[in-house]
Design a binder for this molecule. Structure first.
Ligand SMILES: *Cc1c(COP(=O)(O)O)cnc(C)c1O
Length: 418
């Protein structure tokens, strides 16, 4: 969002206050121009003959967003059979969908085989079973290169005791299974975590993967996962995607020459593509002054946006009702009966009850992690595209809360003290 005459505006001059009026609060809004810019940045950064970007849709899985990605030519990275179904519904070609689950049942993997999407295998056990059941179906193998990366212990998934992928130390075992079952390995994959700071760490992982790749004869693609870091506040470091692109492309082209064939270079970013494009708007219900703190209590909570509480994530907070007013310090909290703090002692333009605050960078892992805790309704989602706004998910109603509940009549009597 940019400031113009003391109003915050989205791309195309769309006024978020008008959207909040029209659709109500709390509200998620996505600006497609920012997603498109980020997608284009990745395309431009990697200069190889064959490149495919698979959007990791767990970041934000609204069908209308998926359709945009499809139209831009992206593929889809999915981690559950339900996400596979969403991808198919959004119109992705089956071989543009890759299923990268972790610790799912062999039945779920078989369901994905039946649907016809690409399969990424994440454990020795699954590889053995899969090789027995479907030796004719080509697969991708997820390797854990054991590099420590990621912003936070919870988001780092490449380290030595991580549950993800097959350890590089088990490659001889993998090769024996491949040999014994005759299964065709068409892809190798790694994903070392969310929010990798350092291009060099990424390249280290890439080198490890390429080194293993020589041992597989039938590869079509190598998937370097994601983990591109985005800045959440001023001064945050962002993955230098252009520099990374140059270095990885050079190594990849070199590898393809020695391998004897042009493979597809794949990535599967989530956060990098959609984080900045999302805004979460919530109304201030209460201003509460204590001896030490001024609280701004929102009509929202960890049920709608849990990243600050779950990951200690920082989301910039602004007062879009009165951006020009003199800033004061506020601790912004939710209405859930837990300590759900969005931000501590933030400098925000003076807030009055009824003002609308914006939590920025709310496009990734925000709505998609929302819940009905406290039996609250999940908010609506709006997409702004080429100057127009589209409702892409209705606000929930009490019916949604009740939908799957089954009321049974039980015999029970009032309990009294004896
Ligand atoms: C979550 C996930 C991603 C996306 O990670 P970001 O940090 O959002 O870019 C990519 N690949 C896999 C396998 C994932 O689980």
């Amino acid at each position: 969002m940019y400031l113009n005459n003391n109003r915050y505006l989205l791309t195309g001059g769309v006024d978020p206050l008008v959207l909040c009026e029209k659709y109500g609060c709390p509200l998620y809004v996505y600006d497609s121009a920012i997603i498109e810019r980020q997608y284009q940045r990745i395309l431009d950064a990697f200069n190889v003959p064959k490149l495919k970007i698979n959007y990791a849709c767990k970041a934000s899985s609204n069908l209308s967003l998926l359709k945009l990605f499809k139209q831009w030519g992206a593929g889809l990275d999915t981690v559950s059979i339900q996400e596979v179904h969403l991808g198919i519904k959004a119109g992705f070609a089956l071989n543009d969908i890759i299923f990268t689950p972790n610790c799912v049942s062999i039945e779920e993997i078989q369901e994905a085989v039946q649907l016809g999407v690409r399969i990424n295998i994440d454990s020795i056990s699954a590889l053995e079973q899969f090789g027995q059941l479907h030796p004719e179906v080509p697969i991708c193998i997820r390797i854990n290169p054991h590099i420590m990366a990621g912003g936070n212990r919870k988001t780092s998934v490449g380290h030595i005791d991580s549950k993800f992928g097959i350890s590089i130390h088990q490659m001889p075992h993998v090769l024996r299974i491949v040999e014994a079952t005759g299964i065709k390995v068409e892809g190798l994959h790694m994903h070392t975590g969310s929010g990798i700071l350092d291009a060099d760490v990424f390249i280290l992982g890439a080198d490890i993967l390429l080194n293993i790749a020589k041992d597989f004869k039938y590869l079509d693609y190598i998937d370097f996962g994601s983990g591109f870091k985005v800045p959440y506040k001023e001064g945050d470091v962002e993955t230098n995607i252009e520099e990374l692109g140059e270095k990885i492309s050079e190594r990849f082209i070199e590898f393809c020459e020695s391998y004897g064939r042009d493979l597809t270079l794949m990535f599967e970013p989530g956060k990098f593509l959609v984080s900045e494009a999302g805004y979460f708007f919530a109304k201030v219900n209460v201003i509460k002054q204590t001896t030490s703190t001024v609280f701004a209590g929102l009509d929202s909570g960890l049920n709608h946006l849990i990243r600050p509480m779950f990951y200690d994530a920082y989301h910039e907070i602004t007062n879009i009702s009165k951006p020009g007013d003199k800033p004061r310090f506020y601790t912004v909290v939710g209405y859930i009966c837990e300590t759900d703090t969005f931000g501590v002692n933030r400098r925000i333009a003076e807030i009055q009850e009824g003002d609308i605050l914006c939590l920025h960078h709310a496009g990734a892992y925000c709505f998609s992690m929302a819940s009905n805790y406290n039996s609250r309704l999940r908010p609506a989602e709006v997409l702004v595209h080429e100057g127009k706004d589209y409702l892409i998910r209705r606000r929930e109603t009490m019916e949604d809360i009740l939908r799957n509940q089954v009321e049974v009549e039980l015999e029970a009597e009032v309990l009294v003290q004896v």
